[in-house]
Structures are given as structure tokens and as C-alpha cells.
Write a protein of this length. Structure first.
Length: 191
């Protein structure tokens, strides 16, 4: 009888956890999201997720969403499909200034070509982070229909940048061969 009660308690607690969420370092990660674009709402599926850490300190939890799951980073980067990533800052060590610097350095490193071709757009993009706070998340959504990358801070649109080349440079931060964190890259790719 005791085993049956324990089994029932386990089953009830398991079922109370949302089937649409995963818990990663205290952050709820959705298994799918809908993003707005010109064509209405596009459903994206969780491709992978992971924790960016440095010196044993968790800095942020990141989730990558695609229209179709794949573990091929080149396929993702060479595609023009809608894509999104969410970064949930989990450490007070990630200040607005450090986040801006890390993203700017990452885009410059991942961009293949003359950085001056996207410099004006990159500078505009970096200005969107003026209102970043320690709590919540940053979301980058590239829309295939609009050929634009949208930046959201805690569900509030803060700006947009045009261009497929910018999409590749931004998402390349985490998916290029020399990604910012190779372990995180593998996890974002579902490996």
C-alpha cells in the first residue's frame, strides 16, 4: 500500500509540472514559443538550452528556438528561417555594460567579412540595451518575412535591425565554429 501511495504522489507531482516548461537553474524554459511577424504568429520549437558559465559561476540560461530542430550549426546560420533565442540573466555579475560589450565583441568576432558593412547597424543594435536590468530576459527574434532581427527586453520591443547578414553575425555568437562557449553551443544544438 505504501508503494502505491508513493507512486501516486510521484505521479501527481510530475503531472503538476507544466508539460510546456523545463526548469533550468530555476528558470522556466518553454518547449515552444510563438513569435509575431508580418505573416501573423510563427511557432518555434526548442532546439536546445544551456547555461553560460565562467569560473563556475552561472551567468545566464539560454534557449534556442527554430522552426525545425537540427544539430547542424551551419544549416541554422546559412538559413533565412525565423529563429529566436532567449537569454535569462541569472547572475548580478552580468551588468548592462558587460552584456553590451560581450554581444558587441561576439558579433564582431562571428561576422565574416568587413565589419564596417554592419557597423552602423551594430551601433544601433547596441543602443537597444540601455534599459537592461538584472532581472528578466533578453530575446532576439529574426523574422523571415520581415528580414529583421527584433530585440525584446522582458517582452517589450526595444528595437529592430534589418538584414540576413546581421542575423548570421548575431546568432553566430553562440553557433559559429569559435562560439563564445563550446559547451553551451553543443547544448543549444541539442547534443
Amino acid at each position: 500500500m505504501r508503494k502505491i501511495i508513493l507512486l501516486l504522489a510521484f505521479f501527481v507531482s510530475f503531472m503538476s509540472f507544466s508539460q510546456d516548461d523545463l526548469d533550468v537553474d530555476g528558470i522556466k524554459i518553454k518547449k515552444s514559443i510563438k513569435v509575431r511577424d508580418t505573416g501573423g504568429k510563427t511557432k518555434l520549437y526548442l532546439n536546445g538550452y544551456g547555461i553560460r558559465d565562467k569560473m563556475w559561476i552561472n551567468l545566464y540560461v539560454q534557449a534556442l528556438y527554430l522552426t525545425e530542430r537540427t544539430n547542424d550549426p551551419d544549416k541554422i546560420l546559412d538559413s533565412d528561417e525565423t529563429i529566436a533565442t532567449r537569454l535569462y540573466v541569472t547572475s548580478s555579475l552580468v551588468t548592462r555594460e558587460k552584456l553590451i560589450k560581450a554581444i558587441e565583441d561576439g558579433v564582431e568576432k562571428s561576422y565574416k567579412g568587413d565589419i564596417s558593412l554592419i557597423r552602423e547597424r551594430l551601433d544601433k543594435f547596441m543602443s537597444f540595451f540601455e534599459s537592461v536590468t538584472e532581472k528578466g530576459y533578453v530575446e532576439f527574434v529574426y523574422s523571415k518575412e520581415d528580414v529583421r532581427t527584433y530585440v525584446f527586453l522582458n517582452d517589450k520591443l526595444t528595437g529592430e535591425i534589418e538584414g540576413l547578414d546581421f542575423r548570421r553575425a548575431l546568432f553566430g555568437i553562440w553557433l559559429e565554429e569559435k562560439a563564445v562557449d563550446r559547451t553551451l553551443k553543443k547544448r543549444l544544438l541539442g547534443m
